[in-house]
Design a protein around this ligand. Sequence first.
Ligand code: ZN
Length: 411
Amino acid sequence: MTPSAVADLSSGSVTIVADLLFDGSGGPPLEDPVVTVEGGRIRDVRQRPQRWSQPTEEVHDFRGCTIVPGLIDPHCHLALDPTLAAEDSIAFATGASETEIVSLMERNARLAAASGITTLRDCGSPGHVGVAMRQIALRSGGAHPRLLVSGRPITTPLGHCHWMGLAAESGEELREAVATLAEEGVDFIKVMATGGMMTHTSDPFSAQYTSAQLTELVSEARRRNRRVAAHALCAAGVRAALAAGVNTLEHCVSTQGAPQDHDPSLDAAIADAGIIVGLTAHGPMRELLRAGDTKTIRERLAPHRRMLEAGVELTVHSDGGTPGSHFDAFAESIEIFRLGLDTSTAEAVRAATSSAAAALGIEDQTGLLAAGMRADLAVLDGDLGTDIRALRRVVAVAQEGQMNRPRERQA
Ligand SMILES: [Zn+2]
């Protein structure tokens, strides 16, 4: 994004017009929308009347385009380089200086912002770079998405992502780890309830903690007003995290390929507890999309279709930063959600906007295009109603009061 392409929507009243608008609720789109923004907030969203006289105030005319809420990727790792293999990525995260890691995070954040992401939740970074990067993003004038960061994820001594630097095992250690992170200023707690794919000393298909241990962690997090995101790739980990009352289940079941260890008898309890599940549409899934392998995508998302039927609220994330999961292709993740779960385009947009905002606990601020919400929105070239690939053609992104234009329209 070049600075010359920035428009300031934070003072006065600004009107944005387009051909179509998805408000993020999952409902049908609005034709000929007029969005009025005042002081960085949405004042009004309505249909353009037949005899509409253009206001005298500033107007951004995006006819031929679709407006969606600013996208929210609820699970990324800005401190990881998606072009590296797991071992090289770990070597970088453990060997590079904090300055080097932060400059990688800035590069990744810029790619995410240019692809329409206005809020990004960072689910694990080494050392103290998470909170540092959040402050840099705050001052970036919309060049980076707004960040919510977990800092170091909590894990067992040789467990998943132990190389990020925070191991805890007993109830007392877990409470202490939460206290340390809260004092450092993290926004939420990320815990590794099972092993993971990137860490060879861990087992993705067994639980790292008992439900009693996770209950200690969750109660300390609640006491400190922090939500808990639990990474889980197998049913035993899901069971423990569910019993402990975490806020979100990350992955819930592996989409990497076989085996898939999912216990459908837990689906109703996940829905009843209001736990939001994050579907992983990462590099390996995007490769299937590019190869046109719909069959395998649908096989891997069969557990998620059952969860959806059981009433579980689902979000979609890129797991950006893990091998092959690039920061400029979130559109493909949303396409995978729609294709694999048989949803409407509006429901897929909802997973990446208002559902994601709810997962992060910021649904009163963003994720929906409605009066009073932050003016976070993305403008897509074309008709998203008939062409989901319009998500790949972001022509403008507004974050609160700043509008950037990452790309010229194709005429
Ligand atoms: Zn992750």
